[in-house]
Each structure stands twice: as C-alpha cells, then as structure tokens.
Write a protein that binds this ligand. Structure first.
Ligand SMILES: Cc1cc2nc3c(=O)[nH]c(=O)nc-3n(C[C@H](O)[C@H](O)[C@H](O)COP(=O)(O)OP(=O)(O)OC[C@H]3O[C@@H](n4cnc5c(N)ncnc54)[C@H](O)[C@@H]3O)c2cc1C
Length: 474
C-alpha cells in the first residue's frame, strides 16, 4: 500500500502531437507580445497556456497596465507631464510596438481607459472584453493556441530544448519546436530544463541581510466591486480633503482625479478609511465598477501548492471582512464583490541569464549597447536599501531605464529566451521590470529560426534595427 514519503517511477511513451518554429510558454502579457512578434516575423508560432484565456494577470488578475510613459514623482512634475500627455504624448512615451498597439486598441474600443490622447501611466480594462481582443489579435497574426495545457517537463538534448511536455485532459503529450520563449512568470520551462535560477532576495540585492535571504515580494489580489457611486466617494474626499491621497505612481491631485473621472479617463486615487487604512481605488470602463487593491500577504511561496491553497482561503475570509468595512466608505454602501481573482504572485524564480539586472542599473539608468526596450515602473520592493527610504521620491523627473537583451538569454541553453517576470533580474530590479513585456524575445526567436542561428548568435544591431522597424522604442 502507498504511504506518504514513498515514490514510484512512472514510465510512459508520450506522443509528439505538434511542432512549431517558436513555442511560447504562457499567455500573459509577456507571452502574448512575444507570440505576436514572432508570428508577425513569419514564424509558425504555438502559444501554450495552462488556463482557458489569454492575458495572464492583466485579465485573470484584474491588474492594469503600467507604464507607457516616463515617470515623475513630484506632484508639480506629474502635473506638467499630464499636460504634455495631452499635447505631445510622444515626448513622454517610452513604450511602442505591440505593447502600445494593445494599449491603443484598448482605448479605441472602449475596453480600456487611460489618458485622453495616449495610454499614459495606466490603462485599466474590462477584463472579459480584453480576453476577446487578445483572441482576435492572435487570430489576425496567425498565432496558434493551445489552452488548458500545463507544461510539466521538457525534452532536452545538450544545450537545446527539443520539446515541452504538456499535461491536459487529453493526457500527456509532447510539442516539438526550434525556439522556445519562457513567459510562464515562474520560469517553469527554464527550471524544468535545468537552467540556474535564484528565488527572492539574494546577496546581489542592496537590501540583503542574513535574515531576509530568499524572501519574496508580497502576494495579493486586485478585486473588483460593483454598484459603486464614485461621484459620492470623490465628493467625500472634497469635503474631507485629508481623506484623499495621491496614488504614488498616478500622482494626480483631487481636482485632476475628479476632472478625469468625468472625462471617463483613468483616475486612480486613495481614500483613508477608519478600519482598513488607505485604500487604492482604480476606476474602470464599466460604469459603477471599480478595482480595489486588496490585502497583501507576506511569505506566500508561489511555487508551493499548499502555500497557495492556504493563501486563497485566507484571502477569501479577509475580503468578506473587508467588504463589510468597505460599505462604510461613502459611495460603497450598496457595493458587492464581482470578482476575486486567484492569488496574485509578484515574484518567484529569476532565471539567470547572460547578464543579471540589478538595482543600480535601474536606479541610475545604466545604458546598455544591447538595449531592447525601456521601462519606468518604479522599484516597489520592501525592504529597501538603508540609504534610500523612498525610491519613488528619489527618482529624477522623467525617469526611465533600459532593458538589455542579455537578461533574456538563458545561461547554458541555446534556444530558450525568457520574457516577463522571470527574466534575469535581482529581487529589487524585478520590482520594476516584472511589469514589462519584451517584444525582443519573440522577434529574436523568429529571426533565429530564419537564420538557423541561436538568439545569442544574432548580431544585436540587426535585432535592434528590426525592433525599431516594429516601432519598439529602444
Ligand atoms: C496584486 C498585484 C498587482 C499588480 N499591479 C500591477 C499594476 O498595476 N501594473 C502592472 O503593470 N503590473 C502589476 N502587477 C504585476 C504584473 O501583473 C505582472 O508583473 C505581469 O503580469 C507579469 O507578466 P507575465 O506575462 O510575465 O506573467 P503573467 O501575467 O503571470 O502570465 C504568465 C502566464 O503563464 C501561464 N503559465 C504559468 N505557468 C505555466 C505552465 N507551466 N504552463 C503553461 N502556462 C503557464 C499562466 O497561466 C499565465 O497566463 C501586479 C501584480 C500583482 C500580483
């Protein structure tokens, strides 16, 4: 009889059911952008996703898209940026290519709200409509999809991955490909292939101390609430100005928020409550519905099913309690929960690449000859290095940083690139880069197929030139 602690070797013949030029693992922000880029460059692309839809945290996690623009922390500068965004958005934009195209399409279709003239600092969406838009975009570009399939293993030969093993209701199957992009957030494909990785804080982080090594960013959820009268909430802020708080990244003052709310633009703010402290409120394209940043749970290991199970139950109970208290906030008297997504995980594995992006690279805006894109989401990890109490306030106006291609190239593997949250970055650098999607991953994978090279062997100027032709800012 089997008992806890036993193990069994399971041997089975697994059929190869499909093949592609480029296999993209994971259909979140990073995977979608990589898959579209590879397909538009002529590759036969198969995107494998464990869930039943596309978008990852952007659709199943209710998360908004930050940041299409340079970042200014001080209120006066943020205000000036708002004017520039209206008149000359191109002066502030740091994100182009497919990521911007998605933002533009969200605004044009009314599925998302951002700035009047441009995507701006935030775009928040109606997630169900967004899922449909992503299906459409994949169909338009010829990306083939395989949903409801979890990647559970890889077939590796030397420094090459030959195929991934998927598990689904159809059983265990193999899909072969020439190039692979790991956009699973957790770096599952790279880890299964034996690539080196770190988890959480390491000695390469400025905040490292003997008692916090391995610690990961807090987990949490953005939950959606319906039947909210935001007009009333904002009026309460006007009556009691001390209740109103600027969102540290949105940076708008109360009158700006009200004006933008009336124009049906993104108008993030926070409101002080007696029982729940400060609550971040994000308006949505759906009238009467808002997203709220929920409780944050420390010490949740996103790679441990038992930990995640416990966290889901804890969160459900906490949100039931929060809803009682939330109804005391003006405008929320009749509010009810419409969606609590599955636990949002901000950090797990960092797959080690040819270069490891660190805090000072980002903070001091280091220039890289292999730059393939920009980001401007401020470093939001805690704890912080001792000399830097507030990394947002310390940033110069118009701050943004460069993303080097070498952080997508996985050590010891020739035909695997990472994209999204699992790229080669320290805990602190991941605190901002996790919000970026690197179009270079899919573009390089397709170019490598065409030239029968590995992505590492591609001349970097050829890749950068191709990205510029695709309107990527780099
Ligand atoms: C509470 C919270 C709030 C946040 N707020 C913001 C915000 O306001 N703005 C912002 O820009 N970012 C925000 N983020 C961060 C942002 O959500 C992520 O950094 C971003 O989604 C990372 O994109 P990704 O494509 O790398 O990963 P994900 O969006 O997580 O996508 C990974 C995809 O891979 C799939 N997958 C995973 N493993 C496998 C496997 N083995 N086989 C097949 N498929 C697999 C998953 O199902 C998923 O669809 C927030 C995150 C959290 C948790």
């Amino acid at each position: 009889m089997l008992k806890k602690g036993d193990s069994r070797e399971m041997v089975q013949q697994v059929p190869v059911v499909d093949e592609a030029d480029v296999l993209v693992a994971g259909g979140g922000t990073a995977g979608i952008v990589a898959a579209l880029a590879a397909a538009r460059n002529g590759a036969d692309v198969l995107l494998v996703e464990r869930g039943g839809c596309l978008g990852g945290m952007l659709t199943t996690g209710n998360v908004g898209i930050t940041m299409y623009t340079k970042f200014s922390a001080q209120p006066e500068e943020a205000k000036r940026d708002q004017r520039t965004l209206k008149e000359k958005p191109e002066q502030l934009q740091i994100v182009g290519g497919i990521a911007k195209e998605i933002g533009d399409r969200l605004l044009q279709t009314g599925i998302g709200i951002g700035n009047e003239q441009a995507c701006g600092r935030y775009v928040f969406t109606s997630p169900e409509d967004f899922k449909n838009l992503l299906f459409q975009m994949c169909a338009e570009s010829g990306v083939r999809l395989k949903l409801h399939c979890l990647i559970v293993d890889v077939v590796r030969d030397g420094d090459r991955i030959e195929g991934v093993v998927i598990e689904s209701k159809s059983g265990r199957q193999i899909i072969a490909a020439r190039q692979f992009v790991d956009a699973t957030g957790d770096g599952d494909v790279a880890a299964l292939a034996g690539a080196p990785y770190t988890i959480g804080i390491t000695d390469d982080d400025l905040c490292a101390s003997p008692d916090n090594l391995g610690e990961m960013q807090v987990a949490g959820v953005m939950f959606r609430v319906a039947q909210v009268d935001l007009e009333k909430t904002l009026a309460a802020c006007r009556e009691n100005p001390e209740r109103f708080g600027r969102h540290r990244v949105g940076g708008l003052d109360l009158e700006d928020v009200i004006e933008r709310f009336h124009r049906n633009e993104m108008a993030i703010f926070s409101i002080g409550t007696k029982d729940l402290g400060r609550l971040q409120i994000y308006n949505l394209p759906n009238p009467g519905m808002v997203t709220v940043l929920g409780p944050q749970l420390p010490k949740v290991n996103g790679l441990d099913a038992d930990d995640l199970t416990k966290a889901e139950a804890t969160m459900a109970a906490m949100l039931a309690d929060w809803m009682q208290k939330l109804r005391q906030v003006p405008g929320f008297g009749e509010a009810y929960l419409v969606n609590v997504p599955e636990m949002g995980v901000r950090e797990t594995r960092h797959i080690l690449g040819d270069y490891l992006l660190k805090f000072m690279d980002v903070y001091e805006r280091r220039e890289f000859p292999d730059c393939i894109g920009f980001g401007a989401h401020p470093i939001d990890t805690v704890p912080r290095p001792k000399w830097l109490q507030d990394p947002v306030a310390g940033l110069p106006p118009g701050w943004f940083y460069q993303i080097p291609f070498s952080i997508l190239l996985v050590k010891d593997l020739g035909n695997l690139l990472t994209a999204g949250r699992c790229v080669s970055a320290t805990h602190e650098a991941c605190g901002c880069i996790r919000t970026t999607a690197q179009e270079a991953a899919g573009t390089a994978a397709a170019m490598a197929v065409q030239r029968s090279l590995t992505p590492r062997q591609l001349p970097i100027e050829d890749l950068r030139q191709k990205l510029k032709e695709q309107n990527v800012l780099c």
